[in-house]
Design a binder for this molecule. Structure first.
Ligand SMILES: Cc1ncc(COP(=O)(O)O)c(C=O)c1O
Length: 433
């Protein structure tokens, strides 16, 4: 090429949640059975779509309109439905014009950061969900700017650090809140959320609340929506069907803009988001047609409540199995379907191993472990020795060492087997050197 092709920022695009799959598949090709604990896809983990939802879809598939483009902002009746749902919360009120559909929130996230001025930054949580941190860092061609989620305090945001960073870094224009959180599975108390809004208002920055897991809460937790606590600050809520239905393959998510009238710069940013989608034409039509029919169906609440109860039971079982391991910092989860489990300081080193009988698999794992952070080393040995595929926490923009699991395994026997094997592997690994 006569000139370089890649932008500097492109090196920020990393997604270990899927990257680890390449390694697991190499071991699979050598005959290892893999237990996929890396990705948050309930359908992949055998979550069954109820017959009444399939009937709605079957009916839509018969209709010609399902095959056309739709309006750039999204189907009006669907936006009206979502508007009512938001406004019924009694907080910030919106009109259908304040909603914009995307091809999954991944699409919405990358568009958001692309449109920001290169010198304007959004501070987000650490550990960080990589789709946000990578896209934000790539737009700025710099490392992500983060505030700490504290494993010693239920993974709640360190508000003092957040305030200091926002105060002393004038390039920060926005605060990202992910609630319930991926990868920690934590749901934030209202007081914390209100304090974050106070910080946003004090320093005149906007708020992005990723609420893709808003309906995925269990074991007594309640998740507050941005609309309920934003007051008159400008902000965007990001929502979608992937986790809430769940229907990750729908590639259907939407944004809700709050208080556009309160700040011109923010209003212009929302219009630019609308225009970017217009240039692209529109988002997927079929899931938008299905959305009010499914979420508005009298059976939906019970369906979601049942799924949440099952996740809650799995969370409790995993607490029992892993909560007792002395070398771990373990927090019970209340939302989304992940847990980030951290090794206590000084527990990991670069000599620990697990037995791997197959010499080819052993050689591969040894090769992968050259020059990696100690939690990657644990993850690779765990994979080679047991076939359990988890994601290292240091890949979530964090200095902590640990791993992320999912709470999605539907088969109780398999769930028990995977987590007792994991517990025993941790105990053996930390003692090995
Ligand atoms: C916090 C968070 N936001 C956004 C997304 C992307 O969702 P979508 O499937 O709508 O692209 C995910 C997916 O795992 C997520 O965990």
């Amino acid at each position: 090429m006569r000139k370089k092709l890649l932008s500097e920022g492109s090196k920020e695009f990393k997604y270990e949640i899927r990257e680890i799959v390449k390694k697991a598949n190499q071991l699979k090709a050598l005959g290892l059975a893999i237990h996929w604990e890396n990705i948050g896809d309930p359908i992949e983990k055998k979550c069954q779509v109820p017959a009444w939802i399939k009937d709605i879809m079957a009916d839509l598939v018969q209709q010609n309109k399902s095959y056309g483009y739709c309006p750039s902002k999204g189907i009006l009746a669907t936006r009206e439905f979502l508007c009512k749902r938001n406004n019924a919360l009694g907080g910030a009120q919106i009109t259908p014009d304040d909603i914009l559909f995307f091809n999954g929130m991944g699409d919405g996230i990358s568009t958001t950061y692309q449109l920001l001025d290169v010198t304007s930054r959004v501070i987000g949580p650490s550990p960080a969900y990589s789709t946000h941190s990578s896209a934000e860092a790539a737009h700025a061609n710099a490392d992500p700017i983060t505030y700490r989620l504290d494993p010693e305090n239920h993974w709640y945001p360190d508000l003092e650090e957040l305030e200091n960073k926002v105060k002393y870094n004038p390039s920060i224009v926005g605060i990202l809140i992910i609630n319930p959180d991926n990868p920690t599975g934590m749901v934030y108390p209202l007081e914390h959320l209100k304090k974050m809004i106070e910080i946003a208002k004090e320093y005149k920055v906007f708020v992005i609340a990723d609420e893709i897991y808003n309906k995925v809460v269990y074991n007594g937790a309640r998740s507050y929506s941005l609309a309920e606590y934003i007051g008159d600050a400008p902000g965007i809520a990001m929502k979608g069907l992937s986790k809430e239905l769940p229907w990750p393959g729908s590639r259907c998510g939407w944004m809700e803009y709050y208080n556009r009238d309160k700040d011109q710069e923010f209003a212009a940013f929302c219009s630019a988001l609308d225009n970017a989608k217009m240039v692209e034409v529109c988002s997927t039509t079929l899931p938008q047609l299905a959305l009010p029919l499914i979420l508005g169906d009298s059976r939906y609440e019970a369906h979601r409540a049942n799924l949440n109860e099952q996740i809650g039971k799995r969370s409790t079982l995993i607490n029992k199995i892993l909560g007792e391991v002395a070398e771990l910092k373990f927090n019970p989860t209340y939302g989304a379907f992940y847990n980030s489990i951290i090794f206590k300081d000084g527990v990991l080193n670069n000599k620990q191993t697990l037995p791997i009988e197959n010499p080819k698999m052993k050689a591969l794992v040894e090769e992968w472990c050259k020059d990696v952070s100690p939690d990657y080393r644990f993850v690779y040995y765990l994979l080679g020795s047991t076939g359990i595929c988890v994601v290292p926490i240091s890949s979530f923009c964090s200095e902590l060492l640990g791993f992320r699991i999912t709470l999605l395994e539907e088969d109780e026997k398999e769930l028990n087997n995977v987590f007792t094997t994991l517990r025993d592997a941790i105990k053996a690994y930390v003692k090995s050197a």
